[in-house]
Write a protein that binds this ligand. Structure first.
Ligand code: SAM
Ligand code: SF4
Length: 333
């Protein structure tokens, strides 16, 4: 079976799949408070999600990340994990992982670990309960902390993802770092991206460039750039004084698209070849058109053949350029 290679000679080995657009939080940078969610009939069923992921795995995908919306609020999500974990057992899939807000981890951590999940990314922007409630609108910090503890206890490695937000968590840079060091969690900061219609002013107000964050870190610590790459936009430094590794996801101040190895599928089966572009391919129609996977495979190959070189996000002229209209919860972060 010919692997998936795009026009820029990048092998596509990493798939991120959003299994729902729904969420039990309403983070201000991600969703509007009153979101219109998709009708259930538009969502891929768990069986369709399995067929889709299995086809990608057959075509060479080795790493699968389940996301959303909040993946753990999708009904019967364990059924999906149970079934897809067969590809871990066969060795075709090297890693099965998820990105979660952590609210449901206390309930699911043991089962996920038993099904072969080894690592989870938990999104956490603040350690202050009141600020947490404000930024997530509906979330409770203690519930997430319980989830994180359950994950660690189940043997899952936890990576904390924090969105860098000016005027919000700037003052928590070092406390987040200390807490992660104490708990043994890796930490990655993400630049806020122009996804969904939030108003240009709010975007620019929130934007805390990671080069500024890094400069703040460097005032206190010695930072060494690490060569480690995961094919994504993350870059890592080691803090020499503590040995801690910190990641930066900087789609805006830097552009690392040349090594991109990933594509994303939404919960309705839209394949986005680039997070920052509008072009997509519908995989739901070929999935539903026949019981075999031939049409699906053709549609995937045709889409990969037009994966663009990179995104066009740009804040450098003090205005938001290259904005895409989808919310992050739609494409899956
Ligand atoms: N609900 C899960 C969670 O919060 O981890 C998974 C989906 S969420 C859309 C995935 C990641 O996207 C989270 O880390 C979140 O902080 C991030 N995110 C959401 N909107 C964003 C934005 N506009 N810019 C940058 N990151 C964003
Ligand atoms: Fe939900 Fe995650 Fe978006 Fe927050 S970032 S609203 S937890 S999908």
């Amino acid at each position: 079976m010919a692997p998936l290679i795009d026009p820029f000679a990048r092998a596509i080995t990493y798939l991120r799949v959003s299994v729902t657009d729904r969420c039990d939080f309403r983070c201000t940078y991600c969703m509007a408070e009153h979101m219109q969610f998709l009708p259930k009939k538009d969502l891929l069923t768990l069986e369709e999600l399995d067929r889709l992921c299995s086809t990608f795995i057959r075509l060479g995908v080795e790493k699968l990340r389940i996301t959303g919306g909040e993946p753990l609020v999708r009904r019967d999500i364990l059924t999906f994990f149970r079934s897809i974990s067969r590809h871990l057992e066969s060795g075709a899939l090297k890693e099965l992982t998820l990105t979660t807000n952590g609210s449901q981890l206390a309930r699911f951590a043991d089962d996920l670990a038993a099904l072969g999940v080894r690592r989870v990314n938990v999104s956490l922007d603040t350690l202050d309960p009141a600020k947490f409630a404000a930024i997530t609108r509906w979330g409770r910090l203690d519930q997430v902390m319980q989830g994180i503890r359950a994950a660690t206890k189940a043997g899952l490695r936890v990576k904390i993802n924090a969105v860098a937000l000016k005027g919000f968590n700037e003052d928590e840079l070092f406390s987040l770092l200390d807490w992660c060091a104490g708990e043994g969690h890796d930490l990655t900061f993400i630049e806020v991206m122009p996804m969904g219609e939030m108003g240009e002013e709010m975007r620019l107000d929130q934007y805390w460039p990671l080069k500024d964050l890094r400069a703040r870190l460097a005032e206190r610590f010695t930072l060494t750039d690490l060569a480690e790459r995961t094919g994504g936009p993350a870059r890592y430094v080691r803090i020499e004084e503590t040995g801690q590794k910190v990641g930066f996801i900087t789609p805006l101040t830097h552009n690392f698209c040349e090594s991109c190895n990933r594509v994303r599928v939404t919960c309705t089966g839209e394949l986005y070849m680039c997070l920052g572009q509008e072009d997509m391919a519908d995989l739901r129609a070929p999935l539903r058109a026949s019981e075999g996977d031939e049409l699906l495979e053709q549609a995937i190959r045709a889409a990969i053949a037009r994966k663009p070189k990179g995104h066009d996000f740009d804040y450098s002229r003090q205005k938001v350029a290259g904005q895409v209209s989808r919310h992050m919860s739609h494409t899956g972060g």
